[in-house]
Design a protein around this ligand. Structure first.
Ligand SMILES: NC(=O)C1=CN([C@@H]2O[C@H](COP(=O)(O)OP(=O)(O)OC[C@H]3O[C@@H](n4cnc5c(N)ncnc54)[C@H](OP(=O)(O)O)[C@@H]3O)[C@@H](O)[C@H]2O)C=CC1
Ligand SMILES: O=C(O)C1=N[C@H](C(=O)O)C[C@H](O)C1
Length: 260
């Protein structure tokens, strides 16, 4: 059976990879693409199949796609996912930057619509394993810091993966981390952002793609866990599996591990 997919943000770095992967897979069909800033609705202009509908306006969007893949922007992704759920499409949100409150709203909407949905902070297997290992390590090393490194075009900081890693570290801890009584930052921001008592440091540099290091420190020892996406192809296997498996979920979930 063929699954028909819509890709939102199809002209972006991830959108282009995703549309190419879908076109290559005989079990998938690229039914439609969406971006509010696309200049024409002619698929030939983007080297897309003639059967792929191009939409630039949500109010005009009508498609046979059953799965909505989102690689847009933190501001666009929430409204897109709401639209998908309200129009019988299962959202797979790859876009980072959604707040916990927005995730709670999507979970409620999915339940109301009797729909599934998945937010995937990172489609890379190395990142999923890093997060699981970090949760495990936090049981013994409650003191941890995250350094995430990305390409210079990344809009949001910190990365969705870093925030999710911090959540998993917090969930894995059995003791509170140590805190400095009166910290002094002689340059504001020197200790990074703080999520669940995990400092997060975001690096944005040309040449990088997507990388994360988690540093754990304990009395007289340290543990470092690192993952690297050297190419956006690293996200495509996870995305392919998610498109094929997401329909089995009941309700809205977070994390690739839900479909592995
Ligand atoms: N989960 C994962 O494994 C991964 C997630 N990501 C995340 O995916 C997102 C996209 O990344 P990337 O492709 O690098 O970013 P890009 O900036 O390259 O692409 C985003 C695209 O979305 C378009 N866009 C803007 N607003 C909307 C909207 N409301 N609806 C649909 N499309 C819109 C943009 O168009 P225009 O430029 O004309 O505004 C642009 O073409 C980011 O949040 C990133 O963090 C990235 C890699 C892996
Ligand atoms: O913008 C990116 O590139 C990436 N974004 C995601 C995130 O914010 O975690 C996933 C991966 O890190 C690549």
């Amino acid at each position: 059976m063929t699954t028909t997919v819509l890709v939102a943000g199809f002209q972006g770095a991830m959108g282009q990879k995703a549309t190419a992967m879908i076109e290559r897979d005989p079990e998938l069909a690229l039914g439609a693409v969406y971006s509010p800033h696309a200049s024409t609705t002619n698929p030939a202009a983007y080297d897309l199949p003639a059967t792929t509908q191009v939409f630039t306006d949500l109010t005009e969007l009508k498609t046979t796609a059953t799965v909505w893949v989102d690689f847009s922007t933190p501001t666009g992704a929430f409204a897109n996912a709401q639209f998908a759920l309200e129009h019988e499409m299962t959202p797979i949100i790859g876009t980072s930057g959604l707040s916990d409150e927005q995730v709670a709203q999507l979970t409620k909407l999915a339940d109301e619509q009797h729909q599934a949905g998945l937010l995937v902070p990172n489609f890379g297997l190395s990142a999923v394993l890093l997060m699981q290992f970090a949760k495990q390590a936090a049981q013994y090393f409650p003191d941890a810091e995250i350094i995430e490194m990305h390409h210079a075009d990344k809009q949001d900081s910190p990365s969705g993966t870093a925030i999710n890693t911090a959540k998993m570290i917090a969930a894995g801890r059995t003791q509170a981390p140590e805190t400095v009584a009166n910290p002094v930052e002689t340059l504001p921001g020197a200790r990074g952002a703080n999520y669940e008592e995990v400092p997060i440091h975001a690096v944005r540099l040309p040449g990088y793609v997507a990388h994360e290091q988690v540093l754990f420190g304990g009395p007289g020892e340290a543990l470092t866990i690192r993952q690297d996406s050297f190419d956006r192809e690293s996200f495509m296997h996870g995305l392919n599996i998610t498109i094929k498996q997401v329909g089995r979920l009941s309700g809205f979930a977070v994390g690739l591990e839900n479909v592995l």
